[in-house]
Design a protein around this ligand. Structure first.
Ligand code: TPU
Length: 558
């Protein structure tokens, strides 16, 4: 039984649970795209450019566990690299497939279009190796199945992107047909001795502590066991905090929830709770400069148990040979009750009083109204900028999800990522908060939301500049050309779209626009929220000052 290389790939993508793949066409991948369409396991979704294609795949992978995208050689793949870097940094398994030169052109001295103008065509794979966990360059149909499987399997296990390069004359070449998919999806069994030793050491750590707190980090998304956390908290009886990049990873209406731990810009009470605990179970954290508020919020290693995707560090020892899923499943059945921290009650978030309808729209009022729109079935995507801080300060119902990109932090990510998220989780409501500066990078992808009739509600925060940068380090480079953001939708609709573009300058206009957005089910609604440039969250200012100080440290002189 045979198939073609392209159809083999297509079948595998369907087998691992994908319903869509993202693509931009180019002559090195056209036959591959034909093969994907012919096999038909996944629907082909088109992007305006390869950067957006990559971010869409990254957003889809967050919602759906994994994603795939197809680009053409060099001009496509090199554009996609920023997004693949994002998938790497944020632990999302995105399979990036690039068309490539005909096998007959390798090693012959033939000079090809879409290349650097020399005759070694290996450079793209070399570059991709740095930002993927597996990079497979296919040179024969015979070996293609194993190479495709290796890339997919490694991506799913490592929770990182993987690269597959397919020459344009091999996409429809015959190869062996795919068998069952089990080995791609199955997790290697845990090493029982190592897991047992890790649990014993965890027990020793926990029994020796009076005040234990769970601290949930953003790498827990990739663990696939976020849903296990409430049961673990119930068993241990302790308080739970989340890091800013993991906002929404623990139900905020759960009695154990105590808010976001983010050093000096934590939710009320969360900093004291975490920093006074003598046992902090850090689950999938990323302690970078942003998360530590410029290296100020660093936890004492002797007080922490660090559980990462493939092992734990506790009491000065490293245990590996199991996944965080296997560890947390076992811990949920064995962890001792450690209720000390739960005695500290949750401090309420500052409330925002509703503004009069005719009052000038403010950042507070905008955030209050967006917060009321979010129900337990909403995914809120928050772009780099003050949108991070507005998302973090929201009071969310259980089930609400937040997606942000705080490790990679590439502005423009959120527009395509929200599109990908909406395709990956079509039964949820999708809300996007994006600043004007970020929006200008990837704005054209709203046209694809129109095309695919995705009812994403976009809050375009027009605060007239790169406010996050203004707060960190000001200069003329932080001021941007204003656009008629709401007016763009008419252009994207053209003759057949159902997008809606609205502008709100008062509290009442925003409330009315949100009602219109809820009723618009056949396309995106972009609500341009006009704010003063000086109007931003207090936490952004506080955080920005500390991060600027860390950036501004003088070089060490020996
Ligand atoms: O709400 P606000 O005004 O802070 O957000 P906005 O308007 O989206 O401004 C974001 C400004 C910003 C920049 C220019 N944040 N980070 N950067 C630096 C940057 C530059 N290029 C990329 C691709 N990513 C970045 N983070």
């Amino acid at each position: 039984m045979t198939t073609t290389v392209g159809q083999y790939l297509s079948a595998r993508l369907g087998q691992i649970g994908l319903k869509h793949h993202f693509a931009v066409a180019g002559d090195f991948n056209l036959i591959l795209l034909d093969e994907l369409l012919a096999e038909g396991s996944t629907k082909q979704i088109y992007s305006c450019n390869e950067l957006n294609c990559g971010y869409s795949a990254e957003g889809y992978g967050r919602a759906n566990g994994a994603a795939a995208m197809v680009v053409t050689f060099s001009v496509g793949a090199l554009s996609a690299m920023n997004a693949i870097g994002s998938a790497y940094a944020e632990n999302v398994p995105v399979i990036i497939v690039s068309g490539a030169p005909n096998t007959n052109d390798h090693g012959t001295g033939h000079l090809l279009h879409h290349t650097l103008g020399n005759t070694n065509y290996g450079y793209q794979a070399e570059m991709m190796r740095h930002i993927t966990c597996a990079a497979e360059v296919i040179f024969s149909a015979e070996h293609a199945p194993q190479q495709i499987d290796n890339a997919i399997r490694t991506a799913l296990r490592e929770r990182k992107p993987a690269y597959i390069e397919i020459p344009c004359n091999l996409a429809n070449a015959a190869c062996a047909a795919p068998g069952p998919v089990s080995s791609l999806l199955s997790e290697p069994a845990a090493d029982p001795a190592s897991l047992d030793a890790a649990l014993e050491e965890t027990g020793r750590f926990l029994y020796a502590r009076d005040k234990v707190v769970l601290l949930v980090g953003s790498r827990m998304r990739a663990s696939g066991v976020i849903d296990l956390l409430p049961a673990l908290a119930d068993r241990m009886g302790c308080a739970v905090t989340v890091m800013a990049a993991a906002k929404g990873f623990f139900p905020e209406d759960h009695p154990a929830y105590r808010g976001v731990y983010w050093g000096e810009v934590s939710s009320p009470g969360a900093q004291e709770l975490v920093e006074s605990a003598d046992g902090i179970l850090c689950l999938g954290p990323i302690f970078n400069d942003y998360a530590t508020v410029g290296w100020r919020a660093t936890l004492k290693p002797e007080n922490t148990l660090l559980a990462d995707l493939h092992g734990i560090t506790v009491n000065g020892r490293v245990f590996e040979g199991f996944s965080i899923r296997q560890y947390l499943e076992a811990l949920s059945a064995r962890a001792p009750r450690r209720a000390g921290s739960a005695e500290t009650p949750r401090q309420p978030l500052p409330t925002i009083a509703p503004a009069p309808r005719d009052a000038r729209l403010t950042n507070d009022e905008m955030t209050r109204q967006i917060n009321t729109l979010i129900d337990g079935n909403t995914t809120l995507t928050a772009e780099t900028g003050d949108s991070w801080f507005n998302a973090v300060r929201m009071d969310l119902p259980g089930g609400a999800k937040v997606e942000s990109e705080m490790q990679w932090g590439s502005i423009g990510w959120s527009v395509p990522a929200a599109l990908g998220g909406a395709l990956g989780a079509p039964d949820r409501r999708h809300v996007l908060m994006v600043g004007d500066g970020s929006f200008q990078l990837t704005a054209q992808e709203v046209a694809q939301m129109v095309r695919y009739e995705l009812p994403i509600i976009i809050f375009l925060v027009n605060n007239h500049g790169y406010v996050i940068e203004i707060k960190i380090h000001d200069g003329p480079y932080n001021y941007i050309k204003n656009w008629d953001y709401a007016g763009l939708i008419a252009a994207f609709n053209a003759e057949d779209g159902h997008g809606l573009g609205l502008r709100a300058t008062t509290a009442g206009e925003l409330a009315g626009a949100i009602e219109q957005a809820k009723a618009n089910t056949r396309g995106p609604t972009l609500i341009e929220c006009d704010l003063d440039r000086s109007d931003c969250t207090e936490t952004l200012v506080k955080w920005g000052t500390k991060v600027a100080a860390a950036n501004g440290r003088a070089p060490k002189v020996n």
